[in-house]
Design a protein. Structure first.
Length: 347
């Protein structure tokens, strides 16, 4: 089972971030969303009509109709889920019915209620749900039925820095103005965890709270020294910012990355390749949270094994984030217990 968060101070920080009542990072940040869409999707609140793939499809003999909850249609989770549907439909007797949703937090609720069989969520949200901590929705209300299947691809922590701020390490952020993301969001939780691991308490910096689009404007205008942005690179807001102004992305040294991985098992090491953003020519070493497949404890073990086998035996059928979806990395930063059907496949 997951390790407990290491210190009382860290639990306090996570609880304080959750108390704002804004639901966490939803994992549906697309490649190049508009600013307003990006801020909505960060909080799992993309306002759009409900869309379903495969609602009229019929399973083969011996198969089942399986409900799969994704994310907003403008993000990454929904098109990825459509490709997973095709792989599962083609390689098992089952059919997936893919539903657009508000993503991670909503999807945890759907799994808990039994209205979804599988869902895409972020691994930090999964940890918070199972342990009843982190954000307001889960504080003191653990979702004990949640089980993991596999991690898929990184949602990378970008610490975007104004070059004039003279920030070369996390410790240099002491006394600085830092945008840690929207109040109560997963971005804020991640940011405060990282800063606390570096020895910075809330009293050591001036915290600003806003979504990615506003954070980019603040960097451009010199209103903040640094901003935390979480998303699969390239993040559209950071791309746009880098084309109009000079930026730096803070490189985390190995000691810091090791400390973060020791403190919070939902993090994984990650690299933003040089050239991803204009003017950032060298690789940037950082950490990430992971998009993952989750299910519920009472789902039939054979169905979970069938779906897991279909996905990872046919990875070539997945293009969206396909460069990251791989059997060898499918348990990286898995933050909750596996379902027995997934255990049967991964051994």
């Amino acid at each position: 089972m997951s390790r407990d968060i290491a210190s009382v101070d860290r639990r306090t920080i996570l609880k304080a971030a959750g108390a704002a009542g804004v639901i966490g990072l939803a994992g549906c940040v697309g490649e190049e969303p508009e600013d307003d869409e990006e801020e909505e999707m960060e909080n799992g609140e993309a306002e759009e009509g409900e869309e379903t793939l495969g609602e009229d499809d019929e399973p083969e003999e011996g198969g089942e109709r399986i409900t799969w909850h994704a994310g907003g249609t403008d993000g990454t989770y929904y098109p990825l889920s459509g490709e997973i549907k095709n792989v599962v439909d083609d390689n098992t007797p089952h059919v997936l019915q893919v539903q657009s949703t508000g993503a991670s937090v909503e999807n945890v609720g759907s799994l808990n209620e039994g209205t979804a069989d599988f869902a895409l969520i972020q691994n930090d949200i999964a940890y918070f749900a199972v342990n009843g901590t982190g954000i307001d929705e889960f504080e003191g209300n653990p979702v004990e039925s949640l089980r993991g299947v596999a991690t898929l691809y990184p949602e990378t922590i970008h610490i975007v820095v104004n070059p004039d701020a003279g920030v070369e390490s996390l410790e240099d952020l002491e006394g600085s103005t830092v945008n840690t993301g929207d109040l109560g969001s997963g971005t804020q939780v991640n940011a405060l965890q990282i800063l606390e691991t570096a020895g910075l308490s809330a009293d050591d910096f001036n915290e600003q709270n806003a979504g990615f689009g506003t954070a980019s404007d603040q960097i451009r205008d010199g209103d903040v020294d640094a901003a935390f942005v979480v998303g699969g690179w390239p993040v559209g807001a950071v791309e746009d910012l880098a084309t109009t102004t000079d930026i730096e992305i803070l490189d985390l040294d190995q000691e810091t990355r090791d400390a973060l991985l020791d403190d919070a098992e939902w993090f994984a090491e990650d690299t933003i390749p040089g050239g991803t953003y204009d003017g950032v020519d060298e690789d940037v070493e950082t950490v990430s949270v992971q998009a993952m497949i989750a299910t519920r404890e009472d789902l039939d073990e054979g169905i979970v094994e069938d779906v897991t086998t279909a996905i990872f035996d046919n990875e070539e059928g997945i293009d969206t984030k396909g460069e990251f979806i791989d059997l060898d990395s499918a348990q990286d930063a898995m933050s909750i217990d596996l379902h027995p059907g997934a255990e049967a496949y991964f051994g």
